[in-house]
Ligand binder design. Sequence first.
Ligand SMILES: [Zn+2]
Length: 109
Amino acid sequence: MKTTEKKRGARVEQFTPAEQRSARAARVKVFEAEPYGWIAQSESGVERGYHLFRDPDTRALACTCADFIFRGNAEPGYECKHVAAVLKFIARQYLRFEYDPRRQMSRVA
Ligand SMILES: [Zn+2]
């Protein structure tokens, strides 16, 4: 029994903090917010939803959760699990509705 527990602990440590956040981000639901931005909510529904928006200065996503506010100050470019989930959501929307391979080709040429 004890060996199994040890093994499991070792396996968890192989994931970097960013990878662990990305695994948790897979369980976050994303909705478009009115009048702008996005709402990210954990699937369990225990946690309240957080509002995300594009920071006008950095042009990157900003989240209203404590994790983003406190750790983001110490680590510029920090992405909480909500930011990771919204980035995936935006990418899927973009691919489905806006991506145009011709525009990409004209940029390269
Ligand atoms: Zn967040």
